[in-house]
Design a protein around this ligand. Structure first.
Ligand SMILES: *Cc1c(COP(=O)(O)O)cnc(C)c1O
Length: 385
C-alpha cells in the first residue's frame, strides 16, 4: 500500500510497547494492575442511563440528526454554562455538538492549518495536540509546562518566528497529565496573547468538574474578551462517567464554531439525537453524582499521595483531575521507571515522556481503579523500591 506522507509524520505511539508487554504478562497468568488509563471505573449515573433508555425507544430519534445539533442540546449547554460559570452563550451561534472533545481537537486543526502553519500545544499534553496538527498538514510546536511556573506555558519565551507562523494554541486546565489548575490571571493573559498575535486559543475543558477540597475550576470563557479569540471544548466524558458515549461541545467564538460546522458537514452526520437529549438531562439535572465522584477521587488521591510520600517520593497533591503526576526516583528516566514498575511489580504507569518531551522525569498514576487495586499496586511498588 502507498500511504500518505502525513501518516509518517504522526507521533510514535509510545504505549504500543507497554500494551504488548501487558498482554504478554497476562498470557503468562500474571495479575497486572493498570493505573494507566484515564477512564472512570464507575458506571454512568442511573438517572442518565434511564433517560437514554427512554430516548432510544422514541422513533423521533431514529433518523439522521442535523450536524448543527438539536436546539434543545445547544440550549442545554448554554444553560449549563450560565449556571456553572456565569458565561452567556448564544445557542444559535456559539454552541456546537462534538462526538467527544478528542474529535473536536483533531478536526479543528483542519479548519486552521495549511502547510507551514504552526499549532502551539501544551507539553506534556493530551497527545492529539501534536497528532491533530500533523494530520491537518501543519506543524505542532510544543510549549513546555514546568513545575516552577505552575505547569503554565511561558508565553513570553516563545520564539518570534514561531509566533509569526502560529495560528492556534491548545491548553487544558485542570490539566491532564500534571493535575495543575488555574488560580491566577492566566486565562486573561492568554486572551491578550491570542489577540496580540492573532492566534486562536483553544481551551480543552475536560476536567472543570473534577476538583477537590472546595476548589472550583474556571472556564476559559470567563476571561473578558476570550470569546473574541477562542473557544472551549467541554466534554461530558469525565464529569458524568460517559467516556464510551462520545459526547461533548465546542463553545465560544461564533466564527470558529461556524468553520468547524462547515468542516464537519463533510465528515460526519451529527450526533445521535437520543444522546443529545440525554446529555441535556445530565447537564441540567441533579449534580449530586458529580460531587460523589469528586469525593471518591479525592479519597483515592489522598491514598496515593500519602503512600508515595511515605516511601520518600515528593509528589504534589492535585486540586483537580483524575491523575497524580509523580516525579521518578533518582537514577530513573520516565521510561526506565515505568519499565521497572511493570517488570517487577506488574503495575502499569505510563511514562511522562509519552505526553511529550516535557513530561520526562515523571510518570502518571490514574485514580480510575478500585481502591483495593490501587492499594495493592502501591504495596508492590513500595516493596520494590
Ligand atoms: C479525556 C480527555 C479528552 C477526551 O474527551 P472526550 O470527550 O472523551 O473525547 C480530551 N482532553 C483531555 C485533556 C482529556 O483528558
Amino acid at each position: 500500500m502507498r500511504f500518505s506522507r502525513r501518516m509518517d509524520g504522526l507521533p510514535p505511539y509510545l504505549f504500543a510497547e507497554i500494551e504488548r508487554k501487558v498482554s504478554e504478562k497476562r498470557r503468562q497468568g500474571v495479575d497486572v494492575i493498570s493505573l494507566g488509563i484515564g477512564d472512570p471505573d464507575m458506571p454512568t449515573p442511573a438517572h442518565i442511563v434511564e433517560e437514554m433508555q427512554r430516548q432510544v425507544a422514541d422513533p423521533a430519534n431514529h433518523q439522521y440528526p442535523n450536524n448543527r445539533g438539536l436546539d434543545e442540546f445547544r440550549e442545554g449547554v448554554a444553560t449549563f454554562y450560565r449556571n456553572r460559570f456565569g458565561v452567556e452563550l448564544d445557542p444559535e451561534t456559539e454552541v456546537f455538538p462534538l462526538l467527544g472533545a478528542k474529535e473536536g481537537i483533531a478536526h479543528i486543526c483542519m479548519s486552521f492549518l495549511d502547510e507551514g502553519d504552526v499549532c502551539l500545544g501544551a507539553d506534556p499534553g493530551y497527545p492529539v495536540y501534536a497528532g491533530g496538527p500533523v494530520l491537518a498538514g501543519g506543524t505542532a510546536v510544543s510549549m513546555p509546562l514546568k513545575p516552577e511556573l505552575g505547569f503554565q506555558p511561558n508565553l513570553a519565551a516563545i520564539d518570534v518566528d514561531i509566533l509569526k507562523r502560529s495560528k492556534m494554541l491548545f491548553v487544558n486546565y485542570p490539566n491532564n497529565p500534571t493535575g495543575a489548575v488555574i488560580e491566577d490571571d492566566f486565562f486573561e493573559r492568554l486572551t491578550d496573547f491570542g489577540r496580540k498575535h492573532d492566534i486562536a486559543i483553544i481551551h480543552d475543558n475536560a476536567y472543570s468538574e473534577i476538583t477537590f477540597n472546595g476548589y472550583t475550576a474556571p472556564s476559559f470563557l470567563q476571561a473578558p474578551g476570550s470569546k473574541e479569540v477562542g473557544i472551549e471544548f467541554y466534554s461530558l466524558s469525565k464529569t458524568y462517567n460517559m467516556t464510551g458515549w462520545r459526547i461533548g461541545a465546542a463553545v465560544g467564538n461564533a466564527e470558529i464554531i461556524e468553520a468547524l460546522w462547515r468542516l464537519k458537514t463533510n465528515m460526519d452526520s451529527g450526533m445521535f439525537q437520543a444522546l443529545q437529549r440525554t446529555a441535556v438531562t445530565a447537564m441540567t439535572g441533579p449534580q449530586q453524582c458529580v460531587k460523589d465522584m469528586c469525593d471518591l477521587y479525592q479519597r483515592r488521591r489522598d491514598l496515593v499521595v500519602g503512600t508515595l510520600r511515605e516511601i520518600g517520593i515528593d509528589v504534589a497533591s492535585p486540586k483537580g483531575t483524575i491523575y497524580i503526576w509523580v516525579p521518578v526516583p533518582d537514577g530513573y528516566t520516565s521510561v526506565s521507571f515505568a519499565d521497572m514498575v511493570l517488570d517487577k511489580c506488574a503495575v502499569v504507569v505510563p511514562p511522562g515522556s509519552g505526553y511529550g518531551p516535557g513530561g520526562e522525569g515523571f510518570v502518571r498514576i490514574s485514580l480510575t481503579a478500585p481502591d483495593e487495586r490501587i492499594i495493592e499496586a502501591l504495596e508492590r511498588i513500595k516493596d520494590n523500591l
